[in-house]
Write a protein that binds this ligand. Structure first.
Ligand code: COA
Length: 192
C-alpha cells in the first residue's frame, strides 16, 4: 500500500469492520478515522510489516479497482503492541486485517441463457498466498499465525484449506467482554 492508496484502503477496511461488527453505516466515518490513524502508525513500522492490496480487472478492460487487502507482520519489531487474544508468539510472522470488497467475494456468476457457468475469482485466496510468499522472503521464522473469529465460517474454511490449524481458542469468558471468541491459527513455514 503506497501512501496515495491509503484512503481507499481505509474505506475498504472500515466497511468490512462495520459489516463484521454489525454496526450501522453511520459509524463508518468514525471507523475510517480510527483505521486511518492505525494505518499511519503501522506504515511507520515498515519494513517490519506491510499492507498488501489486491486489484481486480474484468477480462479485456483496462480499468481496475481495489479488490482486497491484507496486513503482514514479519518480525517482533513490526508486531502490534496489543494483539488480540489468544496472544500469538511475539516473534512469529502474523497475518491480519484481510478483507475483500463484498461484491467481489467468492465466485463470479456468468450464467446467461446460452451458457451458464461460474468463474472463481479467488481474491482472498490470492491475497493469502501472496502474503505467505512475502513472509517467506522477509522472515526466517518457520511458522505464521493469524486469528479467526469462531463465527466466521468463510474465513475459517479458507484458512483450513490453506493448511492452518487451531492452536488455541478464547475461553467462553471472553463473551463477558462483549467480544466474539477467536481461534489463534498457525501454519508451519515448511508447508507454505
Ligand atoms: C474472508 C474473505 C477475505 C474471503 O475472500 P474471497 O475472495 O471471498 O475468498 P475466495 O473466493 O478466495 O475463497 C477461498 C476459499 O475460502 C473459503 N470461503 C471463502 N468464503 C466462503 C464462504 N462464504 N463460505 C464458505 N467458504 C468460504 C472457501 O474454501 C474458498 O475456496 P473455494 O471457493 O474453492 O471453495 C472475504 O469473505 C471477506 O472479506 N470477509 C469479510 C472480512 C473477513 O471476515 N476477513 C477475515 C478475518 S479473519
Amino acid at each position: 500500500m503506497r501512501e496515495e492508496e491509503m484512503d481507499m484502503t481505509v474505506s475498504l477496511l472500515s466497511e468490512s469492520f462495520a459489516e463484521s461488527m454489525m454496526m450501522a453505516t453511520s459509524y463508518v466515518k468514525l471507523l475510517e478515522f480510527l483505521v486511518k490513524n492505525y494505518l499511519i502508525e503501522r506504515r511507520e513500522m515498515m519494513p517490519h510489516n506491510a499492507t498488501l492490496l489486491g486489484v481486480y480487472r474484468e477480462n479485456g478492460e483496462e480499468d481496475f479497482e481495489l479488490a482486497g487487502t491484507v496486513e503482514l507482520t514479519f518480525d517482533r519489531k513490526g508486531a502490534n503492541a496489543n494483539p488480540p487474544t489468544p496472544t500469538p508468539p511475539k516473534n512469529s510472522p502474523y497475518i491480519c486485517n484481510m478483507a475483500v470488497r463484498k461484491p467481489l467475494r467468492r465466485v463470479l456468476n456468468l450464467s446467461n441463457h446460452v451458457t451458464g457457468y461460474l468463474v472463481r475469482r479467488g481474491i482472498g485466496w490470492h491475497l493469502l498466498k501472496a502474503g505467505e510468499e512475502l513472509i517467506t522472503k522477509m522472515s526466517s521464522s518457520r511458522e505464521v499465525h493469524l486469528h479467526c473469529r469462531m463465527i466466521d465460517e468463510g474465513p475459517f474454511n479458507m484458512y483450513t484449506k490453506a493448511g492452518y490449524s487451531v492452536v488455541k481458542t478464547d475461553s467462553i469468558l471472553t463473551l463477558l467482554t462483549l467480544q466474539r471468541r477467536r481461534h489463534l491459527m498457525r501454519k508451519r513455514t515448511s508447508c507454505l
